[in-house]
Ligand binder design. Structure first.
Ligand code: AMP
Ligand code: TRP
Length: 344
C-alpha cells in the first residue's frame, strides 16, 4: 500500500539547544517544509525519562517551540505541538511495548550510555523510550523522519516495530479493510554535512546538551561574543587545513569545524577546502566566526523575542495539538479495531 508522504520529527525540551540540534535536525526540518507536510513535536514525555524540574520544564518546552519558529518553521502551514497534549502517543506506545521484544531494546546503545553504570536505577521510561518514539512517528503513519546520526538505531527499531505489528496482525488488518499493511516503515533522513556535530573541546565526543562544559557547544541563544570566543578556543591540531577531503581523515577537530562551516554555508566540505585549503586555523576560525554569527545571531534574537510572550507560544502549541490529535485519534480507532479491543 502506498502511504501519503508525511514528515515527523521531535526534539526534547531538555537543557540548551545547540548547533548540533540546529544543523543535524532543525535546519533540515525547515528545508523539508516546501516538499512535505510536516509535524514537529516538542517531546516532553521523552524528556521526563530523566528527572526534569517541574519549575523549569515549561520554559524548556516553550524555548524549543520558539527555536522551531525562529529557525523558520511555519506552524500555520505545518503542525507544531508538544507531545503530552496528545494522549494517543502514550496510548499507542503501550501497544508497541507489547509488540517490541526485550532483546531489541537491550541492544539500544543510547540507553546504555544514558543509564551509565547505575543501570538498576534508570527509569523504566528511559528503557522503553524507543517504543514511545516509534509511536510518535507511527500514530501519524509518518513516512520520513529527519534526525541526526545518533537516532539511527532508534529509527531502525521503529521500522522493526511497524513491520512486526503489520505481520502479527496481518489477518485482522485485512479483515478490517486496511489492505496488506497498516503502518509504513518510516525512513530516516540523515543527510548533509553535519549529521553528527562534535564537541568543540573534544573531537571524539558528540556536541551535547548535557555536557558539563558550556565551552563544548554553541547554544542557539549565545550572543556574538560568546560564539566568537567558543570558536576561537575550539580545539584544533597544529597543521594547516588540507586542500582535499581525504586530508581530514584522522583529524576529528578539523573535520568537525570544516563540516560546521559547510553546513552553515549550505555547501560541501570539498568546496570549503577548495577555498581554505592550506589556510591556518586562525584564518579559518575568523571566517567561521563571521559565518556562525551571521546565521545564528538572528535566530537567537528571534528566540528571545518569542519566549518573552509565552501566551502566544502556548496558543501555537494548543492549535497544533488540536490538529495533531485529530489524525492520531483516527489511527488509534483503527489500531483498536485491529488489535481486537471493543470501543464505543
Ligand atoms: P535531542 O536534543 O536529543 O532531542 O535531539 C534533537 C535532534 O538533534 C535529534 O534529531 C538529534 O539526532 C539531533 N542532534 C542532537 N545532537 C546532535 C549533534 N551533536 N549533531 C547532530 N545532530 C544532533
Ligand atoms: N529521540 C529523539 C532524540 O533524542 C527525539 C524524538 C522523540 C524523536 N520522538 C521522535 C525524533 C520521533 C524523531 C521522531 O533526539
Amino acid at each position: 500500500m502506498a502511504f501519503k508522504e508525511l514528515v515527523f520529527s521531535g526534539v526534547q525540551p531538555t537543557g540548551n539547544l545547540h548547533l548540533g540540534n540546529y544543523l543535524g535536525a532543525i535546519k533540515r526540518f525547515v528545508e523539508l517544509q516546501d516538499r512535505y507536510d510536516c509535524i514537529y513535536c516538542v517531546v516532553d514525555l521523552h524528556a521526563i525519562t530523566v528527572w526534569q524540574d517541574p519549575a523549569e520544564l515549561p520554559r524548556a518546552i516553550r524555548e524549543v517551540t520558539a527555536a522551531f519558529i525562529a529557525c523558520g518553521i511555519d506552524p500555520r502551514k505545518h503542525i507544531v505541538f508538544n507531545q503530552s497534549q496528545v494522549a494517543e502517543h502514550a496510548e499507542l506506545a503501550w501497544i508497541f511495548n507489547c509488540v517490541a521484544r526485550l532483546g531489541w531494546l537491550n541492544r539500544m546503545t543510547q540507553f546504555k550510555e544514558k543509564a551509565g553504570k547505575d543501570r538498576e536505577n534508570a527509569s523504566v521510561g528511559l528503557y522503553a523510550y524507543p517504543t514511545l518514539m516509534a509511536s510518535d512517528i507511527l500514530v501519524y503513519r509518518a513516512t520520513h523522519v529527519p534526525v541526526g546520526e545518533d537516532q539511527k538505531q532508534h529509527l531502525e527499531l521503529s521500522r522493526d516495530i511497524a513491520q512486526k505489528f503489520n505481520n502479527d496482525f496481518a489477518a485482522s488488518i485485512r479483515a478490517h479493510g486496511f489492505g496488506d499493511t497498516f503502518f509504513p516503515l518510516p525512513e530516516p533522513l540523515i543527510t548533509g554535512e553535519a549529521t553528527r556535530v562534535m564537541s568543540l573541546r573534544d573531537g571524539a565526543k558528540k556536541m551535547s546538551k548535557s555536557d558539563s562544559s558550556d565551552q563544548s557547544r554553541i547554544n542557539l541563544t549565545d550572543d556574538a561574543d560568546a560564539i566568537a570566543l567558543k570558536i576561537r578556543r575550539a580545539k584544533t591540531d597544529p597543521h594547516p587545513l588540507p586542500s582535499e577531503e581525504k586530508g581530514l581523515e584522522g583529524r576529528p577537530e578539523a573535520d568537525n569545524l570544516v563540516g560546521i562551516y559547510a553546513a552553515l554555508a549550505g555547501t560541501s566540505r570539498a568546496s570549503v577546502l577548495a577555498q581554505y585549503g592550506n589556510a591556518q586555523f586562525s584564518t579559518f576560525k575568523t571566517a567561521l566566526v563571521d559565518l556562525a554569527v551571521s546565521k545564528l545571531g538572528p535566530i537567537g534574537a528571534e528566540m528571545k523575542r518569542l519566549v518573552a510572550d509565552p501566551l502566544s507560544i502556548d496558543a501555537v502549541l494548543a492549535d497544533g495539538a488540536g490538529r495533531a490529535q485529530k489524525v492520531a485519534h483516527e489511527t488509534m480507532k483503527a489500531v483498536k479495531d485491529i488489535v481486537g479491543f471493543v470501543r464505543a
